[in-house]
Ligand binder design. Structure first.
Ligand code: NDP
Ligand code: GDR
Length: 369
């Protein structure tokens, strides 16, 4: 049997890395679009790299950018993929307020460029397309839990750009009969999550504070609630969505929602550090009330978490909670990780990273500020 061919945009990101590994394990030939960067940006996929001189190479990287139409057209023509996973995006909600036009271009028009390339190249009956849609589309909607029929009310330039991407995907499916689907994925995290998203920022800081490499963790809105799953579970859902008979959109979520404040508590608790929060809003602080593990020397009463208003967003999404009943029924998808096991994996990974930094510092090879 001929191997299926997949093209992943955003292959250097969290989901791109997990999905590439997942598809290679399924016997796919995987092509990825990566951006040129002044430093190496392939750390998450280096373990998948194959020397192009080897026989039977199944993993290929191509330079490109979703803001460059001609590049996108050429690449799609060259690869002739059976499945395209469009994961590339300026994916940071807060940063999108600083770079709204670029975000619209990459996240909104980028999706159009892929759909239009597939159509004009006459690949519309061959190539299936997965669009990385997001629970951020729900934004201000007060209806919980949110499912495929819940209306959208985006609250950031990122979410507005993704709203365009969502509808243009639906439109190309209806107008041209293309197999194009949205996965409306709720937040999903992992040890390779970008360090500026809240969960990874927390687990990284927890490990460094425990080892005395960092004094405090500064955060924004501690009241926000998110439905957090594990990226490994979510990339399987992306693949399942493209294996259906009919192209359809699916919500992917765990069905549990947790406050940012509680995530902080859980992450410290995993290392035996109990904290309590005192104060309101920008005055809120987290203090050590017990440190059960003698290897971490944190005195009771030490302030280790504080709120810094610079991390507040101009408009916030307060509560997200997904209802993935359709995915459970039609895709047979269920997550393997719960929040506790996700937190454990992330904190342990970051403790290991912090220990490495500690050794390098002790040896005089690096200086941690
Ligand atoms: P990441 O931020 O980790 O990865 C984004 C990827 O997109 C990176 O490979 C990045 O390249 C690439 N990229 C950014 N801009 C461009 C561009 N103009 N052209 C080409 N590539 C570009 O995101 P995740 O892996 O977490 O998310 C994957 C997708 O899923 C994104 O579209 C995101 O918006 C969406 N999503 C994510 C959710 C989550 O909780 N993780 C939930 C719902 C949707 P580089 O490495 O060079 O920066
Ligand atoms: P989100 O993820 O905006 O949901 O988008 P993020 O982890 O950035 O924020 C989650 C919530 O935590 C609050 N928060 C902070 N966030 C960050 N980044 N840094 C902080 O210091 C901080 N303090 C509190 C935020 O205000 C927010 O309420 C992610 C991205 O992956 C998107 O691409 C994706 O579409 C959605 O998830 C689903």
């Amino acid at each position: 049997m001929m191997s299926k061919v997949a093209l992943i945009t955003g292959i250097t990101g969290q989901d791109g890395a997990y999905l590439a590994e997942f598809l290679l394990n399924k016997g796919y030939i995987v092509h990825g679009l990566k951006r040129r960067s002044s430093l190496f940006n392939t750390e998450r996929i280096d373990h998948l790299y194959q020397d192009p001189h080897e026989k039977d190479v199944k993993f290929f990287l191509h330079y490109g950018d979703l803001t460059d139409s001609t590049n996108v057209i050429r690449l799609i023509q060259e690869v002739q993929a059976d499945e395209i996973y469009n994961l590339a995006a300026m994916s940071h909600v807060h940063v999108s307020f600083d770079t709204p036009e670029y975000t619209a271009n990459a996240d909104g028009l980028g999706t159009l460029r892929i759909l239009e390339a597939v159509r004009i190249l006459g690949l519309d009956k061959k190539t299936k397309i997965y669009q990385a849609s997001t629970s951020e589309l729900y934004g201000l909607v007060r209806e919980v839990p949110q499912n495929e029929n819940t209306p959208f009310y985006p609250r950031s330039p990122y979410a507005v750009a993704k709203l365009y991407a969502y509808w243009i995907t639906v439109n190309y499916r209806e107008a041209y009969g293309m197999f194009a689907c949205n996965g409306i994925l709720f937040n999903h995290e992992s040890p390779i999550r970008g360090e500026t998203f809240v969960t990874r920022k927390i687990t990284r800081a927890v490990a460094r504070i425990a080892l005395g490499l960092q004094e405090q963790l500064y955060l924004g809105n501690l009241n926000a609630k998110r439905d957090w799953g594990h990226a490994k579970d979510y990339v399987e859902a992306m693949w399942l969505i493209l294996q259906q008979e009919k192209p359809e959109d699916f919500v992917i979520a765990t069905g549990m929602t947790t406050e940012v404040r509680e995530f902080v508590r859980m992450a410290f608790a995993h290392l035996g550090i109990e904290i309590e929060f005192k104060g309101q809003k920008e005055e809120e602080r987290g203090y050590v009330i017990a440190c059960h593990d003698p290897q971490f020397q944190l005195p009771v009463g030490k302030e280790i978490v504080a709120v810094d208003s610079r991390y507040y967003r101009p408009a916030e999404v307060e509560v997200l909670l997904g209802d993935a009943t359709k995915a459970r029924k039609k895709l047979g998808w269920t997550p393997n990780y719960d929040l506790q096991s996700l937190v454990k994996e992330m904190v342990e990974h970051d403790l290991n990273e912090a220990r490495k930094a500690q050794y390098l510092q002790a040896g005089g090879f690096i200086h941690i500020k």
